[in-house]
Design a protein around this ligand. Sequence first.
Ligand code: ZN
Ligand code: ZN
Length: 369
Amino acid sequence: MADHYDVLGVQPDASDADIKKAYRRLARELHPDVNPSPEAAERFKDVTHAYDVLSDPEQRRRYDAGPQADSPFGGGAGGFSDIFDAFFGGGGGGRGSGPRSRAERGQDALLRIDVDLDEVVFGTHKEVEVDTAVLCETCNGSCCAPGTSPRTCDICGGSGHIQRQVRSLLGNVVTSAPCGTCRGYGTVIPNPCPTCQGQGRVRARRSIPVDVPAGVDSGLRLQMPGQGEVGPAGGPSGDLYLEIRVRHHDVFSRDGDDLLATLEVGMTDAILGTTATIDGLDGPVELEIRPGVQSADVLVLKDRGVTKLRGNGRGDLRVGVQVVTPTKLSHKERQLVEQLAKSHKATKPQLARFQQGMFGKLRDRFFNF
Ligand SMILES: [Zn+2]
Ligand SMILES: [Zn+2]
């Protein structure tokens, strides 16, 4: 650790006034609100620590006396600050950490977006309206009116902390609390930016492009890094989460990557078989219906379902057959059916075991959204 006098650029016999003057000069140059570079932040910490020690008569006397007088823990010039941190919650939040920055990370934002089932099949592109905090363009996040800058806080001298000497079992110790005047920032803003009232950010509506991948389902959240709220004083943005809600579809429902629908087939088509053209979500599909198809038969169309979110390919389209019995027949039709009945010798209606699985299951499946 460098010598505290060197750090402040003063002679070892400098007066209290000289030390204070030197510190204020350096604070104006190195304070994080003025100079955002990490090297400046590091130096400002050192400068503030040196000032903390040398501005306190008791600490300065002990510092001048050298390390051996420091403490029973010994250990060179660094010993003092280590012990201090140990007692007063060092590790960043403590006294040596200097003023805190006004800039903080912004909050994450959550938005729900509705997509149609046919958009889910292949994915879609959407423009989403977002209402969040954005960087104030007048002050660029500095919080200051144009042409003005933050001023070093008079009360704490820019350190962001106020120190008090307290008598304790350890002797005279110095406690440190955030400065109430600058709220720990080390600077005050004499002329706040009029656009953002000194917040460095404003609320705004904007439209952002979103690629919704194929295969998403309700409840899934898409993360858009850096598209959330800009932080106070232009701090880094939080993330935006888009929660997907898939709209109900009148015909198709979904079972994982498969699509489900019911196909109503007329009695004669069911008997004779036919080829049907059905409207899939991605265009017409030919469907072969074999002669003698039964209600609750499921016809599977491979790779006509939803594109898989993870992995390749698509699910299937499963079509459950429901045979529709005609309810109104003309006189002639009725005669034809009666002829058929005589020649066909159909089995008489007879009881069989109740098949839980058949129609009930189909309905449950298909109407349970
Ligand atoms: Zn502003
Ligand atoms: Zn202050």
